[in-house]
Write a protein that binds this ligand. Sequence first.
Ligand code: IDP
Ligand code: MG
Length: 136
Amino acid sequence: MSERTLAIIKPDAVAKHVIGDIIQRYESAGLHPIALKMVRLSKKDAEGFYSVHSERPFFNDLTTYMASGSVVVLVLEGKNAIAKNRDLMGATDPKKAKAGTIRAAHGASIEANAVHGSDAIETANFEIGYFFPEFK
Ligand code: IDP
Ligand code: MG
């Protein structure tokens, strides 16, 4: 079934100049961008986006990091887009991510791990609406 998911190319990957490589991987996997923008998140923007993690010990570091440089935010559409993008991304910790995944290729650390991808239909709907209210 065709689905939509929200992806973010995080500040570490933007700084490494691998935006093009990552978008190529999405497109080659049949995940087609239907919305895309480059933005610099404020700390408050990052906190709102990651509010499900507000009780986690790394919340402050994570939201500071997400506001530390520009990011690219995309809505990707395709068959099983949510699960497919999670497979393409690899494990949260790049050291544990399978070879060939985006995080294995480009992630610097468990925090600066190159990309975000929605993990379920409900979170995808929230995250898409957070950045692209017109797609709600
Ligand atoms: P996910 O991005 O693979 O879905 P989540 O558990 O949802 O992983 O965590 C959200 C983000 O928080 C991660 O992508 C990573 O940037 C950061 N993060 C997760 N676990 C840790 C940690 O143990 N230390 C520091 N940052 C973390
Ligand atoms: Mg997650």
